[in-house]
Each structure stands twice: as C-alpha cells, then as structure tokens.
Design a protein around this ligand. Structure first.
Ligand code: NAD
Length: 340
C-alpha cells in the first residue's frame, strides 16, 4: 500500500484499533480513517491528524460511509469484553454479525483491495479445552464446531464469511484468531476488562487501600496465554501482507495459570496478597494455548514479548490511570495527540 492510500480502522476507539492506528501513523501512513460507535471523548486513543468518525456500523449506510475510498480495511469493531461480559451478553455479541456482514459488503461495493478481520480463540471447540494442561490449539481444532456460545459462534461465522467473500467475490481477506491481548490503553475497569487488566487493577487497589486481598474468578488453575499489544499490531500487519488465506492463530505460546499471572503482578507491585477464589464467577474454558506452528512456518515469526515484560508495562500504565482517577482527572483513559 502506498503511504497515501486510504486505510480504514473500525473499532478505532477501542484497545487494539487505537494501538493499530498509532502504529500506522508511526509507519508514515497519511490517509487514515478511524471509526467507532463511541462518542469521541470515550475513545482510548484519538489522533487529530486522522479522519475520526463516530458511526454505528450496525447500520449499512454507515458501513458504506466508512468504506468509501478505503483501499485497505482493518475490521476490529465488535461489541465485546472479557469473560464476564461475553457470558452475560450472548445475543449482543452475536449481533456484531451485522457489522461484519455489512463491512464486507461495503468493502466489495467500494472496491477495497484488502480486508482484515479480527477473529478470536473463542472459535475453538470447547471439548478440546477441558484440560488444565493448556492444550495448544491448532487452527484445525475449530472443527467440528463447538465454539464459545454467543461470541465464539459469531466469530466463527464471520471468519467463514470472509472465506466465501474471498472465494466467490475475489475479495482479498485475511483473518487472525487473537488469543487474549493485553497492554496499555486497554479497558481496565467497568466490566469489559480482561484478566490481565482486571488483575493489575485489583493489585493496585489492594496496594493503595492497604487491604491485602485479591478476589480471583474460578480456582486460578485455568491456563491461558496472553499476547502483548505490540505483538498483536505487528502480527496484524504481517498477516495482512501475507499469503495466509485461512484463519491463523495470533497469540503468545507462553501459557500460565491465572494464579501464575497473579504471582507475576504481585512481584511487579512488590506485594503479596491473600487470595479469595470465587468459584461461581465466569471463568471460561479450563485450558487454552496458541499453537504457533503455522504462523512460524508462514512468517518465521511469532509473538515473543515475555509476559513479565508486557505485564510490567501494563501494570505501570494502569497504576498511573488509577492514580489519575483518584485525583479526579476526567480523561484518564483517553489521549488526543498529533505527535507520531
Ligand atoms: P474493544 O472493545 O476495546 O474495541 C472494540 C471497539 O468496537 C469498541 O471501541 C466499540 O465501541 C466498537 N464497536 C462496537 N460496536 C460497534 C458498532 N456497532 N459500530 C462501530 N464500532 C463499534 O476491543 P478490542 O480488544 O480492541 O478488540 C478488537 C477486536 O479484536 C474485536 O473484534 C475483538 O472481538 C477481537 N479480539 C480481541 C481480543 C482481546 O483479547 N482484546 C481477543 C480476541 C479477539
């Protein structure tokens, strides 16, 4: 893509969309369009030299407005959150199918050259994730289909739709299955946050309040891998530029238990907390890791930021956000900037 061609990022007011725009700006792309349903003052990162649009992409005319003139589309918009949110909002999660269907149609209509879709490890068959031993999921493990109810089924359907738009209409589509992305400028409170951010916030709260306790959802033995945001944006760009036609894992292969994630956060914070386990809270599958055989074969690369390093940066950022909120500063998760 030339540095002047129009690139659209949907979900740009969210975590990964904001980070991707930040990277594209740094790489010198000049003609960027950012779209999100949220009002501008709720975007996590917003850049004044980008065309920012607040549009509801559930509506077809808004998808068309967003896609107009866009040579490349990164479709990251989705109504989603951590396990607590997706377990309680299955219908809302499934309604993101409107965004994905209509963005594909709009891309086709406007002659978009390349289309990226953000899928999820939640597409994987639940029966293959019953062990706490962090089973590494290969791409083929999405079938026979038994995805996470609601959110996962929508992702599986939409990635399949990308495939058929590629096969039937010759639209260039690329799909990555993200595994738990974390880092600065993500959701860290309010109910949509994911485990790394929630644990950082709880540890900060314990440190500030002097109440040295932490509540953990489930037994803490669930295993996951967590990908740092910089690896995610690198991977998105590499997959978009690649010949990888089928959905591919984009995740770290460094699996830890939730208890180990708490250990890491405690070490960073220099604190030790009494753990209380809420066994009735949403906790997702028992074990999941990213099998990176395919991405290494295609790209000679895999997400490599050590969890300890990424969590250090995330904890520091959440600590600063928390303290800013304590001081009553309004825009604690939002930034407006023209500097690259
Ligand atoms: P996010 O919630 O921070 O960002 C998604 C954005 O989409 C939000 O800002 C939201 O306002 C916007 N959006 C929702 N409905 C919209 C609509 N109708 N019109 C326009 N915008 C709308 O989430 P994120 O972590 O940045 O995730 C980005 C993408 O990656 C999503 O598709 C998500 O499903 C996928 N994903 C993320 C993770 C992760 O760990 N963060 C894991 C797997 C997949």
């Amino acid at each position: 893509m030339s540095k002047n061609s129009k690139i659209l990022v949907t979900g740009a007011g969210g975590f990964i969309g904001g980070a991707l725009l930040s990277v594209l700006r740094k790489q010198g792309y000049q003609n960027l369009r950012a779209v999100d349903i949220k009002p501008f003052d709720h975007w996590y990162q917003r850049f004044e030299d980008v065309e920012n649009l607040s549009l509801d992409l559930n509506l077809r005319e808004n998808c068309e407005r967003a896609a107009e003139g866009a040579g490349e589309i990164y479709n990251l918009a989705a109504n989603m959150g951590g396990m607590g949110f997706i377990e309680a909002n299955k219908a809302l999660c499934m309604l993101s199918v409107l965004i994905n269907t209509q963005m594909l149609q709009a891309a086709l209509k406007h002659g978009t050259k390349r289309f990226f879709y953000a899928s999820s490890a939640c597409v994987y068959n639940g029966d293959k994730q019953k062990s706490f031993e962090a089973p590494s999921l290969k791409e083929e493990d999405a079938y026979p289909a038994l995805a996470e109810d609601g959110y996962g089924w929508e992702k599986l359907f939409s990635e399949r739709m990308c495939r058929h738009f590629r096969e039937d209409f010759k639209l260039y589509t690329r799909v990555a299955r993200f595994h738990n992305v974390y880092g600065p400028w993500g959701t860290w409170f309010g109910g949509r946050e994911k485990a790394p951010a929630a644990i950082c916030r709880k540890v900060v709260e314990a440190k500030i309040s002097g109440k040295h306790e932490i509540e953990i959802w489930g037994s803490g033995s669930q295993t996951r891998s967590f990908m740092f945001i910089d690896d995610c944006t690198d991977g998105i760009r590499k997959i978009m530029d690649s010949e990888i036609l089928e959905p591919i894992n984009l995740g770290s292969s460094e699996a830890v238990t939730i208890n180990q994630l708490v250990d890491i956060t405690e070490t960073i914070a220099g604190i030790k907390l009494k753990r209380k386990y809420d066994l009735s809270a949403p906790r997702g599958v028992n074990g999941r890791n990213s099998d990176n055989t395919l991405i290494k074969k295609y790209l000679g690369w895999e997400p490599g930021t050590p969890l300890r390093v990424g969590m250090e940066r995330t904890y520091r950022w959440i600590y600063d956000q928390f303290m800013a909120r304590e001081r009553g500063e309004a825009n604690v998760v939002r930034e407006s900037s023209t500097s690259r």
